[in-house]
Design a protein around this ligand. Structure first.
Ligand code: PHE
Length: 452
């Protein structure tokens, strides 16, 4: 126990329970909630999709998150070391390598979009976007911005530099401190924006679209999209929550922490919908706009609003904050691997990995400008990296993690770890059933859908 605690301390630990929950929530809440969630709800029919998304989150996301936290706290290691120590000399360690690779890939393009959010904060501050006459004009502005090589590269690098600055300071001093300030700020800004959006004339139509389920719009494909989104949004399937769990002091209660993080992530996504849909409908725009919704439609929405520029500054600051707290969790997974497995010190690990990730991300950043014609199978570099990581590595990693915990390491061993420092895990049998049967099968279906 003394050795284990010393090992833990030397890697870094969360200082408080709240700090851990906020950091894990910070990882979960990101561009997935604020940028992706509203546009896929918009494209998939609104209310009914939201209901299915919530169901996927509870039935699949929640059990896998608990599994990741448990492996992390049990082994106190990065994803590679963790699977290695639970099943030495087996192929299961590959789940860990896949996770580190997924972290590398996701951060490489995530930092590009993160850079866009930083740029929009600056543009909002400098009133560059305060006189669009139509959403079309805002869309053109966005299009020409993401095609501007040096500007995109500058903000991309800035986003990476901010993540580096935080992760360099370690677990408690860096990530935990930052999230403790940033996450509550995010909630306050969102609630403020929600009131703003709800009081716009015509807002109720948006609420109806968003909250009134219309099941005629739901098909098998919709369910699969909802499941995939739950995965990405909860940061599951790549050992990110596993890594954060590895910095937990022994006595933390894992089940309640899992429930808090899942609720936090879901509530934020739902709140974002309460901001976006009233605003979009009040402006007479279409909810099916797609990925450009946030960047090209909202600035136009803000122009039409009283105090629009202020609201725009606030909104993009919020988006940047959410992206940063997720970006640091992605970087931490890769960094933890080099610290634990390759025995690098934190500084070397952070600097070497971040420069490499940035360099690998450059073609993604240029995919909407000078490299926009460089397409393979009709997708640019950015699309390919996103596709490989989000649609293949994450689902595969999540499914294998569930199978590993359910059938290889065993739910019994996992429950022992969970119950070590808390009273009886009353939902143990329900969780066992979900992790053994429901999660792997559901994720398998998502995976199959890619080939159909
Ligand atoms: N969950 C983050 C978001 O919603 C993205 C992410 C995925 C972060 C995987 C870490 C690991 O934006």
């Amino acid at each position: 126990m003394v050795i284990r605690n010393n090992h833990k301390k030397s890697r870094g630990l969360w200082n408080t329970r709240l700090g851990f929950i906020l950091a894990a929530s910070g990882s979960a809440v990101g561009l997935g909630n604020i940028w992706k969630f509203p546009y896929i709800v918009g494209q998939n029919g609104g209310g009914a999709f939201v209901l299915i998304y919530i169901l996927c989150t509870i039935a699949v996301g929640l059990p896998i998150m608990l599994a990741e936290f448990t492996i992390g706290r049990k082994t106190c290691l990065n994803p590679v070391g963790a699977f290695q120590s639970l099943k030495p000399k087996s192929h299961w360690v590959k789940i860990g390598y896949m996770g580190v690779l997924a972290g590398f890939f996701i951060l490489s393009f995530y930092a590009v979009v993160g850079g866009w959010t930083l740029a929009y904060v600056v543009k909002a501050f400098t009133h560059t976007m305060s006189n669009f006459s139509s959403p079309k004009e805002a869309g053109q502005f966005f299009g020409s911005f993401i095609g501007n090589t040096w500007e995109v590269l500058f903000y991309h690098a800035l986003f990476m530099a901010i993540c580096v600055g935080i992760v360099l300071r370690g677990i408690h001093g860096g990530i935990e401190k930052a999230c403790k300030v940033l996450m509550p700020t995010l909630v306050i800004i969102l609630i403020f924006l929600m009131f703003r959006a709800l009081t716009l004339p015509g807002a109720m139509e948006g609420i109806e679209f968003y909250l009134k389920p219309d099941f005629s719009k739901i098909g098998p494909q919709t369910i699969l999209i909802a499941l995939g989104q739950a995965f990405f949004s909860l940061s599951l399937g790549m050992g990110c929550m596993l890594t954060y769990g590895s910095y937990l002091p022994e006595q933390e209660n894992l089940t309640s922490a899992t429930v808090y993080v899942v609720i936090f992530d879901t509530v934020i996504a739902l709140l974002v919908g309460m901001v976006i849909f009233p605003a979009v409908f009040a402006m007479g725009l279409e909810p099916t706009e797609g990925p450009s919704l946030v960047f090209s439609v909202l600035p136009a929405v803000f122009v039409g609003m009283p105090f629009g520029n202020l609201v725009s500054i606030i909104f993009f600051t919020l988006l940047a904050i959410a992206a940063i707290t997720s970006g640091i969790s992605l970087l931490e997974v890769v960094v933890a691997y080099f610290i634990d497995q390759r025995k690098w010190d934190r500084k070397k690990a952070v600097l070497v990995t971040s420069v490499t990730i940035f360099a690998f991300g450059v073609p993604s950043g240029l995919s909407f400008g000078v490299l926009s014609e460089a397409k393979l199978f009709d997708m640019n570099f950015f699309d390919h990296v996103d596709n490989i990581a989000s649609n293949y590595l994450l689902p595969l990693g999540g499914m294998l993690t569930a199978i590993f915990v359910g059938w290889v390491w065993g739910t019994k061993s996992a429950e022992e770890e969970i119950e070590k420092y808390e009273t009886k895990f009353h939902w143990g049998h329900v969780w066992g059933f979900l992790i053994r049967y429901i999660s792997p099968v559901a994720v398998f279906l998502v995976f199959c859908a890619k080939f159909v």
